[in-house]
Design a protein. Sequence first.
Length: 155
Amino acid sequence: MHKWNTAVRRGLVSGATSSVLSTVMLAALGQKEVGSLCAPTNVISRWIHGDKAARQSGPSMRYTVPGYLIHHASATFWAILFERYAGSRLDRKAPAGLLSASAATAACAAFADYRLTPRRMRPGYEKHLSTSSLVMVYASFALGLAAGAALVRRR
């Protein structure tokens, strides 16, 4: 149980950093590719609002807030798993191990999001972003995991 408590505590931090960093990337790429900072985050709320969420481009309490909260919860879920299964072997003095573990976690998240998850429950980023942009989003997620993990190990 101790390992799970540590993983949750650390995962809350690395989940937050990965969520924020990947959301910033989603916004930047959304602005570049479809002219909207919020469209890639809004589409995530299709879990609640269906495909109508993919047509929302502006910021809103109805689409942007739930989209971000779902994204944040997902990032935190993956961060807790990352911390539970890789965390005990990570050393902040060995950034290569930290980066490779976070990259592997992001790859697993992408695989789960787009190969294992039913279409209706996928994030939906592909409705607004190119494949190369999706790679950048998941890479920023990995960097956020690594940054958060390094931060909690700094103490």
